[in-house]
Design a protein around this ligand. Structure first.
Ligand code: NAD
Ligand code: UGA
Length: 469
């Protein structure tokens, strides 16, 4: 590549998912002088991004549709023409999925890098001018080495610089996180290439928040950040079980420890277990990497975060069965919430899926209400587990658009996502239409348990002493 800083006029992002879409929409919004094209091989997804009706965008995020509306067709484009996108751009972000491997060596642990490799091979095949390649996907440490090797052996005289620029946005707050990031991390070897990317973020992020490191620190920092965040959730969830035995209240414990400035208040909310596409996948990947370097203690340490999370999901489901007099067979359980957290339509690895699966194995009948998740998605999530016949999932699980209908004649209600609207429901009305005793299992301690008890509910709230239930 030339020894001068490249002027970036065209960006291409491969992968129009939860990261590629919002991230590039914000870059386009903040950098009107740069043309941003997001390409994806998934035609339906690209069509949805181009849909005139902004309610049909494939990703739901507060504030996203306004940002897309402001830039789409001006300097923000969504396309299935991957080759053209690559050729036109000076800088290419790779933002494709890196799921846990489901086959071969590292099955169930390692990150599957086949989509990343396909991108590298595609770039090597079609590029006809020098490029800066930016790893936006979360990748195992030292992936840039493999990318470099594929690109540099293409034999077409194109020169490449590889940067690592992991994304730290959380779903539900993606736009806010992108507009006001705690930090932007850029790892790279070539100063000019790094500066090109620094310049882009400098359009809206102050320089003290743009951190530059070597490639490997940047790659590993992303896995480490997710591992630390998930570890805090597993830590407080471990304490939540102890609270239930000792009449301590986990919300009070969280508050008490969170006021210690060395600990801080965030990520201390006990729950039915963390979900989302990344925490589990990234920790499994970290565990796999540690093992591959022979670091057994390091691997075992981080693996425990996942073991605790699985335990938390299972014990919540077990608690429902046990409380409903040790059988849920033929009983109706209302699920309020299916998404892995509020303010997103994403259900990947949502605790709700595993709790539902457990209860279905016990022959419960489920009625699911989530303000943003479609019926097709709920069935797809259950079918993917392959625990029972798809037709049985459709027989035992009903998805409704009205929470009151979901709870009508239910033996119990399970709160799986902390949607704000749940607090505004007429709980007295819901209570009247339920079987007796009317049970609520609050997996998010999202509701006011005292008020519910006064309304006549028997309430189990995660991490509370739950006297009487
Ligand atoms: P996603 O599944 O929503 O989107 C990935 C997209 O890439 C899909 O639309 C897929 O069709 C497309 N794709 C895959 N291979 C392709 C190819 N060869 N050519 C063209 N398109 C291709 O995934 P995501 O949630 O956006 O995550 C992407 C990466 O970002 C992952 O590595 C993830 O760990 C990381 N990440 C995700 C989040 C998050 O909140 N979801 C946050 C930070 C980082
Ligand atoms: C997480 C990280 O927060 C992001 O920084 C990161 O970029 C992203 O993963 C990623 O790499 O994909 P996300 O999964 O979107 O973001 O959402 P979080 O807010 O982190 O929540 C993850 C899960 O933990 C959710 O199920 C949430 O309900 C649960 N959680 C979170 C708790 O149970 N308690 C808490 O206190 C916080």
């Amino acid at each position: 590549m030339a020894d001068y800083k490249m002027e970036i006029k065209n960006i291409c992002c491969i992968g129009a998912g939860y990261v590629g879409g919002p991230t590039m929409a914000v870059i386009a919004h903040q950098c009107p002088h740069i043309k941003v094209t997001i390409v994806d091989m998934n035609v339906a997804r690209i069509n949805a991004w181009n849909d005139e009706n902004l309610d049909n965008l494939p990703v739901y995020e507060p504030g996203l549709s306004e940002i897309v509306a402001g830039s789409r067709g001006k300097n923000l484009f969504f396309s299935t023409d991957v080759d053209k996108g690559i050729r036109e751009a000076e800088m290419i972000f790779i933002s494709v999925n890196t799921p846990t491997k489901t086959y071969g060596k590292g099955k169930g642990m390692a990150a599957d890098l086949k989509f990343i490799e396909l991108c590298a091979r595609k770039i090597a095949e079609v590029a006809n001018s020098d490029k800066i390649i930016v790893e936006k996907s979360t990748l195992p440490v030292r992936t840039a080495e493999a990318l470099k090797s594929i690109l540099e052996n293409s034999g077409n005289n194109v020169r490449y610089h590889i940067l690592s620029n992991p994304e730290f946005l959380a779903e539900g707050t993606a736009i806010e996180d992108l507009l006001n990031p705690d930090r932007v991390l850029i790892g790279g070897e070539d100063k000019d290439a790094v500066d090109s990317l620094v310049e882009i973020y400098s359009n809206w992020v102050s320089s003290e928040k743009i951190l530059t490191t070597n490639l490997w620190s940047s790659e590993l920092s992303k896995l480490t950040a997710n591992a630390f965040l998930a570890q805090r959730v597993s830590s407080i969830n471990a304490i939540s079980e102890l609270c239930e035995k000792t009449e301590a209240d986990v919300n009070e414990v969280s508050k008490a420890i969170g006021m210690d400035s060395r600990i801080g208040p965030k990520f201390l909310k006990a729950s039915v277990g963390f979900g989302g596409s990344c925490f589990q996948k990234d920790i499994l990947n970290l565990v796999y990497i540690a093992r591959s370097y022979g670091l057994q203690e390091v691997a075992a340490y981080w693996e425990q975060v996942i073991i605790m999370n699985d335990h938390q999901k299972r014990r919540f489901a077990e608690r429902i069965v046990q409380t409903l007099f040790n059988t849920v067979s033929g009983k109706k359980i209302a699920f309020l919430g299916w998404a892995f957290k509020k303010d997103t339509n994403d259900t990947r690895e949502s605790a709700a899926i595993y709790v539902a699966d457990y209860l279905l194995n016990e022959e419960a009948e489920l009625v699911v209400y989530d303000p943003k998740v479609t019926a097709e998605q709920v069935y797809a999530d259950l079918d993917y587990l392959n625990t029972r016949d798809a037709s049985l999932n459709r027989k035992l699980v009903r998805i409704v658009n009205d929470p009151y209908e979901a709870c009508n004649q239910a033996h119990g209600i399970a709160i799986l996502t902390e949607w704000d609207e749940f607090n505004a429901y007429d709980w007295e009305k819901i209570n009247k239409n339920m079987k007796r005793p009317a049970f609520i299992f609050d997996g998010r301690s999202a509701l006011n348990k005292e008020e519910l008890r006064q309304t006549g509910f028997e309430v189990y709230s995660i991490g509370s002493s739950n006297v009487g239930i």
